[in-house]
Design a protein around this ligand. Structure first.
Ligand SMILES: NC(=O)C1=CN([C@@H]2O[C@H](COP(=O)(O)OP(=O)(O)OC[C@H]3O[C@@H](n4cnc5c(N)ncnc54)[C@H](OP(=O)(O)O)[C@@H]3O)[C@@H](O)[C@H]2O)C=CC1
Ligand SMILES: O=C(O)[C@@H]1CCC=N1
Length: 258
């Protein structure tokens, strides 16, 4: 397939770094990009595409730019082509309107796609063929796990939990490392301790049949250090409430971006 990537910033670039391992051909349009991976054509101006046609147009610009930028690309999408949007919130209806009715698949990837450890939600709009959906799914699978959802509202919920999720994870990790530094470790030591502990805990939880509560309780000796630490962390349920607020507020923002 001949694929056009419209915008190649942090998320588009992360996906492309995995996609180039597959069998598709890629062209990027991005006004600010200096270089592209080997074998990928880069243009900084749409006019340089001439009359080239693409089987897939990947929408990887900011949601706020979509109405202004996308209409120029309708002429570059083949009759049997489709658009694959990674934009948060922006609905399939809106995308189809600006793309002259071309079929649209929305996906919501996340940044660990860059290392093949992403989690993506996928929802297909009306007129998408089974072959197009299979293609999009295979493309996203090059970057990690793919979860197909039934409707767009659910994709906006995926956005709040998984799309934005690495941001929460990095912020929690940052605060954890900072706390270790405050306790007397160097930054290198603190990163090794905190990130190693997070990675080990997550890897164990993924492999275990036990619930997260059971695993937590396995660490927690009666009247011991973990019990004391957990009381400070979430004894008042503030951490739980804050995380509910976090995903709820991100979901509300996705709804605003529709
Ligand atoms: N970052 C993330 O973790 C995730 C992002 N997304 C979605 O991905 C999309 C891109 O986000 P992100 O990668 O973070 O943002 P970036 O700003 O990093 O990437 C957008 C890119 O598009 C370029 N661009 C601007 N105008 C045009 C244009 N007219 N034509 C082509 N390219 C253009 C920008 O160039 P310049 O910088 O020079 O303006 C930039 O390189 C968004 O819709 C977002 O919702 C989805 C999931 C996760
Ligand atoms: O913050 C954002 O809006 C984008 C979508 C999910 C992650 N980054």
């Amino acid at each position: 397939m001949n694929i056009l990537l419209i915008g190649c910033g942090k998320m588009g670039g992360a996906l492309l770094s995995r996609w180039v391992e597959g069998s598709d051909r890629f062209t990027i349009v991005d006004p600010g990009l200096g270089e592209a991976p080997n074998g990928v054509q880069l243009v900084t101006d749409r006019a340089a595409l001439g009359d080239e046609m693409f089987d897939v147009a990947v929408v990887a610009i900011k949601p706020q730019m979509i109405d202004q930028v996308l209409p120029d690309y309708v002429a570059h999408i083949a009759d049997d082509g489709y658009a694959l949007s990674i934009a948060a919130g922006c609905s399939i209806d809106r995308l189809m309107r600006v793309l002259g009715g071309k079929p649209v698949i929305r996906v919501m990837p996340n940044l660990p796609a860059a290392i093949g450890e992403g989690v993506s939600g996928l929802v297909a709009g009306s007129g998408v063929t089974p072959a197009q959906q299979d293609h999009a799914r295979a493309l996203m699978a090059l970057a990690g796990t793919v979860v197909v959802v039934d409707d767009e509202d659910k994709l906006d919920r995926v956005t709040a939990v998984a799309g934005s999720g690495p941001g929460y994870v990095f912020e929690i990790a940052r605060a954890y490392v900072a706390a270790a530094v405050d306790l007397g470790f160097t930054l290198d030591e603190a990163r090794a301790l905190a990130l190693g502990t997070m990675a080990g805990g997550v890897a164990m939880a993924r492999k275990s049949d036990q619930s997260l509560e059971e695993l937590r309780n396995s660490v927690t000796s009666k009247h011991g250090t973990t019990e004391a630490g957990l009381q400070a962390l979430n004894g008042d349920d503030l951490l739980s409430r804050r995380l509910r607020d976090t995903v709820g507020t991100a979901y509300a923002r996705a709804v605003e971006l529709r």
